[in-house]
Design a protein around this ligand. Structure first.
Ligand code: 9PG
Length: 495
């Protein structure tokens, strides 16, 4: 029976709460009851990392589902089988609420393994999977340009990397962010004089599948699409543009995907990508399509997102579709793979992000492992992408154990990718990478991820300094300064 709200009275106080972050990068973790999870900073990034509608919620809560661990170790799970749902723990009550409309609910009690398995099975039976077509049986092995070159890719350095990969068993060579003229203008920039079709032909010649990244639902003020189609942009009740965050030194905005012309534009873009020769497509920053706002056609905001994803999926035909920065539950059934955690990085963690900003969605390996491990229950429903693993010790501050944990997580997910530039690898590292790519799936039971799980807690001084840093971070020029620092470091690494 579809219901707006459901309440489960717990027989005794709960010990821990499972919070499920909204989109790929949002924190998913078990928190002790009484353990406060601070509001992440800076605020300018909220729409890009969390569900902004619930960012100031004080009670333990999560998107689509929530679960509690009881004194006796048993888990009680409450999960939605529809869109736009949220779960809260309010003293001894587990409350599920549809933000708009109504929908079905699922509840289960038992071991952690069993209740999540049963919830996944129930999701499989929903309309999420009704339109499932084309989906690939297993994930490919992927070389992705992001975590080494970042935006500094060019036709030349990619072709060099492609050559140098030699006989390493990568199925896909995926071009990430940096090829486009602007976010919103999905045409190749001056670093790709030969165009993308010639690049994809080069890739195919080496026997690999060409892959590409794009963020089709967001636009920046510096793009032609922003200037030419202000009427396509999502606005709030006051008529102001809805913020989709801040990245690439620019504010991000998003398209209203319920406008028919936007629909057509998205569909044509996907067909263009296929026509260029790309058969593996990573669609990123997809959360933007489900942000709160006033849409042309009123509907649940996650429904608006799903319609856009469905259109893009159809237009991509049988390409492999990886969604990223994507509302997790609302993407089910429409994509081959979902990134289920934040970005990794060549460092394990960062005091700035953990203790001053309390932000566990910022790129960092520990953040990525924590959230990914807490979402492995999604495996029966979709390919779960843990992000890339590292093999090159050069330009990398992780210990061998930390690198190994990330590699093992990739094997548990059976989703194997790296961004290591072949020239950075020693003979031994290259061999290890080759062995990794040939290794089959590992079981979660065989790996100990416990060091990555706790949520770091700040002391009073860090709290005060964090408040100051968080306040400063609400000014775009401060974020631009941090980006400038980061970019300077990066340039040193690559050039
Ligand atoms: C390209 C990248 C890569 C990467 C994606 C995404 O919250 N953040 O600060 C944040 C920054 C970058 C980011 C995600 C989140 O990276 O996950 O794989 O494609 O875009 O720009």
């Amino acid at each position: 029976m579809p219901e707006k709200e459901i309440t489960i009275s717990l027989p005794s106080p709960a010990k821990r709460f499972y919070r499920h972050g909204w989109q790929s990068w949002s924190l998913a973790a078990w928190q002790d009851i009484g353990e406060k999870i601070a509001i992440p900073k800076p605020t300018l990034l909220h729409p890009m990392q969390y569900d902004p509608a619930y960012i100031y919620e004080q009670r333990p809560h999560g998107s689509s589902l929530g679960a509690v661990e009881m004194e006796n170790g048993k888990i009680i799970l409450l999960g939605a089988l529809g869109l736009d749902a949220h779960v809260f723990l309010d003293s001894d009550q587990l409350i599920g609420q549809y933000e708009s409309g109504t929908g079905k609910w699922f509840t289960a009690e038992g071991s952690e393994e069993k209740v999540f398995e049963q919830y996944a099975a129930a999701l499989k039976e929903t309309e999420f999977f009704e339109k499932t077509r084309f989906l690939h049986a297993t994930p490919p092995t992927i070389w992705c340009s992001w975590y080494s070159f970042y935006t500094h890719i060019s036709e030349q350095n990619l072709n060099q990397a492609l050559d140098d990969l030699g006989d390493l068993p990568f199925d896909v060579f995926q071009v990430d962010d940096g090829w486009q003229r602007a976010i919103g203008d999905w045409v190749p920039n001056e670093k790709f004089p030969g165009g993308l079709d010639s690049l994809s032909t080069q890739i195919r010649r080496t026997g690999r599948t060409p892959g590409i990244w794009l963020a089709p639902l967001i636009v920046v003020p510096d793009s032609d699409i922003y200037r030419q189609h202000p009427e396509w942009l999502l606005r709030d009740e006051k008529g102001n543009l809805v913020s989709a965050g801040f990245n690439w030194n620019e504010p991000l905005y998003t398209l209203d995907t319920t406008i028919p012309a936007v629909f057509e534009w998205l569909s044509a873009l996907m067909r263009q990508v296929r026509a260029w020769g790309f058969d593996y497509v990573k669609l990123d920053f997809l959360y933007a399509g489900a942000l709160p706002g006033v849409r042309k056609m009123p509907m649940k905001r996650e429904q608006a997102y799903r319609l856009a994803l469905e259109t893009m999926r159809e237009s991509l035909g049988d390409a492999y579709l990886l969604t990223c920065g994507a509302p997790v539950i609302p993407s089910l059934g429409l994509c081959d793979g979902i990134r289920i955690g934040p970005d990794v990085a060549s460092h394990w963690d960062s005091p700035r992000d953990d203790l001053y900003l309390n932000n566990f969605a910022i790129p960092g390996t520990r953040n990525a492992i924590r959230t990914t491990v807490n979402r492995l229950w999604l495996k029966p429903l979709v390919h779960t992408d843990p992000d890339v693993a590292y093999f090159a010790s050069e330009r990398n501050s992780m210990t061998t154990e930390q690198e190994k944990m990330l590699q093992d997580l990739a094997l548990v997910c059976n989703y194997k990718a790296t961004s290591d530039i072949p020239a950075w690898l020693s003979e031994l590292e290259r061999k290890k990478l080759g062995d990794f790519l040939r290794t089959g799936e590992k079981s979660i039971e065989d790996i100990d991820f416990s060091v990555a799980m706790p949520i770091p807690e700040e002391n009073l001084i860090q709290k005060i300094l964090g408040a100051a840093l968080g306040w400063a971070g609400s000014f775009p020029f401060v974020l631009r300064f941090f980006n400038w620092l980061g970019d300077k470091e990066l340039k040193k690494k690559i050039d």
